[in-house]
Design a protein around this ligand. Structure first.
Ligand SMILES: [Zn+2]
Length: 382
């Protein structure tokens, strides 16, 4: 899995009830535990080698940090619309991207950033207690957090520049990585989908989902900043499998509203990120052709989370055989292009559709393991 899984409707209802003060947090936590156990059961039954908790406790892949960090306030897109000067332009962007202004909120920096509680250690502890399989934990990447949290109109009173905010975000993520490593995380993935916005929008839009009203500089400068931030976060965590996930948006099933372009313009930057694995979408045609990334494991996207049609194991295996000409088997991981429920209120697939896609991946992996020679026969790839 890349990370997320659709949440049961009763869980979403309970999260709303807690937010409105109609239900106590302990009751919600029990429901979240049950939802995670169900996602875990589905993954184990499907035969996945590495499991996640389906991000069941999160509203989406990055805004959940608002409840764990001080200095952050959730702002709806409608509130942000009030702040921006070019309202018509911003509304046009939301329409073009198929993002309803009421549906998504943005964690906005309004004070000094401190970790008031760990971001994901509890998620890890719970999984660890309930599975023997290796566990992947996803975290929003430092560049994504900086871009989304720095809303100039309110943040500049606290941090004069995006870079100043980034220093505190790096510190917070390093503290988190240290705790996750000590608590036995096998794989920590940093989500940096906003990188594609830098290279595939050619300055036409100023935002990716709700993130980033911050005035954007030259894309090359921004990509350099992203490389620097990721490298500062992972520095010294050599024993932990770290990864970066990049995709072109996962908020809509309308493929034409999502970003489009191959990895070539990102390649030199992704190669310089000192993470072990790149988790990349490739099932969608919008991602272009497979290109080599020197010295990295590849998390190869082999199913599109947004389509109702389930890819066949045969077709997946064919794709992987082509990839094996570029990536050795022991560095190749198979995963969906992205999560199945990036935004809790907008899952891109049903539980059943998602489960069948995972089963297809596992079936392909089993067939491949029978007929592919691995560099080191002692260690089958995940
Ligand atoms: Zn993604």
């Amino acid at each position: 899995m890349v990370g997320s899984w659709p949440r049961p409707p009763e869980l979403l209802g309970a999260q709303r009830a807690v937010a409105a003060g109609r239900m106590d947090a302990a009751a919600l936590e029990r429901m979240e535990d049950e939802a995670v156990l169900e996602v875990l059961r589905i993954q184990e039954e499907a035969g996945l080698d590495i499991v996640t908790d389906g991000e069941q406790r999160r509203d989406n892949f990055y805004s959940f940090v608002a409840s764990k960090l001080s200095g952050v306030r959730m702002m709806t897109l409608a509130e942000m619309l009030d702040l921006v000067e070019d309202k018509a332009g911003f509304e046009e962007i939301l329409r073009t991207l198929d993002v309803p202004a009421y549906s998504i909120s943005n964690p906005t920096c309004v004070g000094p950033i401190e970790r008031s509680q760990p971001l994901a250690v509890r998620e890890l502890d719970f999984l660890r207690r309930h599975t023997d399989r290796p566990v992947k934990i996803t975290l929003p990447g430092p560049y994504l957090l900086t871009r989304s949290m720095f809303v100039q109109e309110v943040t500049r009173d606290v941090y004069p520049t995006k870079e100043a905010l980034a220093d505190d975000i790096v510190r917070v993520l390093r503290d988190e990585l240290g705790e996750l490593a000590r608590a036995g995380a096998d794989f920590v993935q940093l989500d940096e989908p906003v990188l594609t916005e830098l290279v595939f929008t050619q300055g036409r839009t100023r935002t990716f989902m709700c993130a980033a009203l911050a005035a954007r500089k030259d894309p090359a400068e921004e990509l350099e900043l992203a490389v620097d931030l990721v490298n500062r976060v992972v520095e010294g965590f050599d024993d932990l499998r770290t990864g970066v996930h990049v995709c072109r948006g996962n908020w809509s099933k309308k493929e034409e509203t999502l970003l489009d372009g191959g990895y070539d313009p990102l390649q030199p930057y992704l190669e310089r990120m000192r993470v072990r694995q790149l988790v990349l979408e490739y099932a969608t045609e919008r991602a272009g052709d497979l290109i080599p990334f020197e010295g990295k494991e590849l998390g190869l996207g082999v199913v599109n989370p947004r389509t109702d049609t389930v890819e066949t194991a045969h077709a997946i295996a064919d794709t992987v055989r082509r990839a094996l000409s570029m990536v050795p088997a022991d560095r190749l991981f198979l995963n969906p292009d992205c999560g199945f429920g990036t935004f809790s209120r907008r899952p891109v697939n049903s539980t059943d559709g998602a489960r069948r896609k995972l089963e297809a991946i596992v079936e392909a992996a089993r067939a491949l393991r029978e007929d592919v020679e691995f560099a080191d026969p002692g260690s089958a790839p995940a």
